[in-house]
Design a protein around this ligand. Structure first.
Ligand SMILES: Cc1ncc(COP(=O)(O)O)c(C=O)c1O
Length: 451
């Protein structure tokens, strides 16, 4: 029979906390987007489509009969292909049957590993760099682990971390160090030197498992090769889970296919969770991705560029467009764009906009001028430690309501009680294509709100 204690704990458990504590930021901005007919530079969903060959392979796989349950951890054809491709990047032989788990997108991999590895209510800590992908917080809370953060700071023209602060944040209770390279939301690429520093520090804490969220690994700018995988350095493989996203790689985020590579001892902990949750993953999409892998890196796709080379160019063009355009209107809108080295986003520093953001966005969460009978959108009611509405949230609401453009306040990429939370940055998506970005920028400049 269960003890009373246990029963009480079960009753008290409420998920997801964003719904009972607060409104998810995506909900507020989606509602604002609908109400004010906005163009989005917010969410990380690409404006482009997957390559035609991927779609053709998907249809063919359906015709071939890949329509029923499959091997839970990935169809052999797919895991064999993943083992080949990432074996080269990780400079080792990967066992496709024991060291790879295909997942319902990277997000479900993160969830399975964090829940599988954390012993709930034991005070086990997960250390991340902040700002970070907000879903990390939810996975950690769901696993009943303790979220802990180390700041990434913009200094001397790049996002940096203080190795001493990192070292001091690690301890006997640290179970997981969660790295994201290339990094959302900053666009930082952890270079070899950064990764070596991390490796050396983590070697002092050999009980710590590293989850390396490598979903933007292939998407680097300025002729840089793909990011260096943390697991490829020294003996890191032995303690590392590397997580990838087919959605990001093939520009098919709605297909929700990802994969993880880890030593079997670690992988088996997450496998238990996956068995209970998603079980096996979208079968025809696995076959389509498996058959498209070689083509995206080798076959000329557009103007002699491969699909991946083309994606890098398109994202980089948008990044450069925003940087030059924001700089060109810095008198009217005093934001400072920060160069992004990789991924779906760049950050702008909006510190100097405080004086031009209309008062009603700064002073309260009741910022809408409501028409009769209209109720306010769902709002994320958060304050900075001094009681003010976060500057970046005020800026983004202003942009949505008055300019018709959605951007993401970066303070929401920190834990709401984080002592290092910063409200001077806004995240801009560079994944929507140049045409869309031009239209959005016309609105930001104030040329017109409605297209
Ligand atoms: C850093 C990071 N990790 C994971 C994910 C989730 O990837 P997927 O769509 O494959 O679940 C995202 C999506 O935006 C992301 O930015």
């Amino acid at each position: 029979m269960e003890s009373q204690d246990n029963q009480e704990t079960k009753v008290q458990r409420k998920y997801p906390h964003r719904i009972d504590d607060n409104v998810a930021i995506w909900t507020e901005f989606r509602e604002l987007g609908d109400r004010y007919s906005c163009l989005s530079l917010g969410e990380g969903a690409p404006g482009g489509n997957p390559p035609d060959f991927l779609k053709d392979f998907m249809i063919k796989a359906i015709d071939e009969g890949y329509n029923q349950y499959q091997r839970i951890f990935g169809i052999p054809e797919f895991v064999n292909k993943i083992a080949d491709v990432y074996g080269e990047k990780l400079k080792r032989q990967i066992n496709p049957m024991t060291e790879i788990m295909v997942t319902a997108g990277a997000n479900s991999a993160l969830n399975s590993y964090i829940i599988g590895l954390i012993n709930p209510r034991e005070g086990e800590e997960v250390l991340v760099f902040e700002p970070c992908f907000p879903q990390y917080q939810d996975h950690i809370q769901m696993a009943e682990g303790v979220y802990k953060a180390v700041p990434l700071e913009w200094k001397e023209n790049r996002w940096t971390f203080d190795p001493e602060v990192l070292r001091k944040s690690l301890n006997d209770k640290t179970k997981i160090f969660l790295l994201n390279n290339a990094h959302n939301p900053t666009g930082k690429l952890f270079n070899r030197e950064d990764l070596q520093i991390l490796t050396d520090i983590l070697n002092e804490f050999p009980h710590v498992i590293v989850i390396s969220d490598d979903v933007y690994e292939f998407l680097t700018f300025d002729d840089q090769q793909s990011s260096i995988l943390f697991a490829s350095i020294g003996n890191n493989f032995e303690k590392t889970v590397s997580i990838f996203s087919g959605g990001k790689l093939f520009q098919a985020t709605g297909w929700k296919v990802g994969w993880s590579i880890a030593p079997n001892e670690i992988l088996s902990k997450a496998a238990i969770i996956q068995c209970c949750t998603t079980y096996c993953i979208n079968a025809p999409a696995q076959i389509a991705m498996s058959r498209s892998f070689d083509l995206i890196e080798t076959m000329p796709y557009t103007e002699g560029r491969t699909f991946v080379q083309n994606m890098k160019k398109e994202f980089q063009d948008v990044r450069d467009f925003f940087i030059s355009q924001f700089n060109s209107i810095s008198q009217e809108l005093p934001v400072v764009p920060l160069p992004s080295e990789s991924g779906y986003f760049l950050m702008i520093d909006i510190t100097n906009c405080k004086k031009i953001i209309p008062e009603r966005y700064l002073k309260s969460h009741d910022f809408e001028e409501l028409k009769e009978g209209q109720s306010a959108v769902s709002r994320n009611i958060v304050y900075m430690p001094d009681g003010s509405v976060p500057l970046d949230l005020a800026f983004c609401r202003w942009m949505a309501v008055e300019k018709g453009v959605i951007m993401m306040p970066a303070s929401l990429f920190y834990h709401k009680e984080s002592p290092i939370r910063d409200d001077k940055y806004v995240r801009i998506g560079i994944c929507k294509g140049l045409d869309h970005s031009r239209k959005a920028f016309d609105r930001i400049k104030g040329k017109q709100k409605m297209d």
